[in-house]
Design a protein around this ligand. Sequence first.
Ligand code: GSH
Length: 200
Amino acid sequence: MKLFYSPNACSLAPHIVLREIGIPFELVKVDLQQHLTTSGEDFYQLNSKGQVPLLQLDDGQLLTEGAIISQFLVDQAKRDDLLPKINTLPRYQVLAWMNFIASEIHKAYSPFFHESYGEQTKALFTEILIQHYAWIDQQLTGQLYLTGNDLSIADIYLFVVTRWAGFIGLELTHFKYLTSFMQRVANRQTVLDAIMAETE
Ligand SMILES: N[C@@H](CCC(=O)N[C@@H](CS)C(=O)NCC(=O)O)C(=O)O
């Protein structure tokens, strides 16, 4: 199995999931400016969306969309601690978080990573992110993770996108439950290993 990634991008989420489930995988770095892999392959030939993450199975089949790749991986590994079993409400509660993070948080960071967006747009999305994080902070009150006291793939995804706050100078430390959550996830060995592997 190969995971196409770019350092510190959203591909870090399925990368951490791969380490959590402990199956063998290969990392392939993609230069997102040039859309080339480290071996010089045109990344658009593999994923016409030009985006990481991309998962390539050993038989060559491809899967895109980070939130779905993470679901696929934990289902394959039968890790219902990270995503509860089908037809149980807790599964869909984790998936509701995945959808919220993908649609409301992940893409709200886009203006900060593309030069074409002006300062007014960035200010608007700063407000939007702060409002969402205030709500998330409330949801985390009295529990370790988003859906209770057990880690799920939604926690990993939230951790990865919220790390970007540090890259864009978005101050979140006054959200104390969110801050403890970030520290808790950051301290996991799988997370430390994944971040280290992406900086090599
Ligand atoms: N909907 C996709 C979005 C993936 C995405 O935004 N990837 C970014 C990095 S975080 C990327 O590859 N950007 C480069 C590009 O769009 O050319 C997903 O959730 O997997």
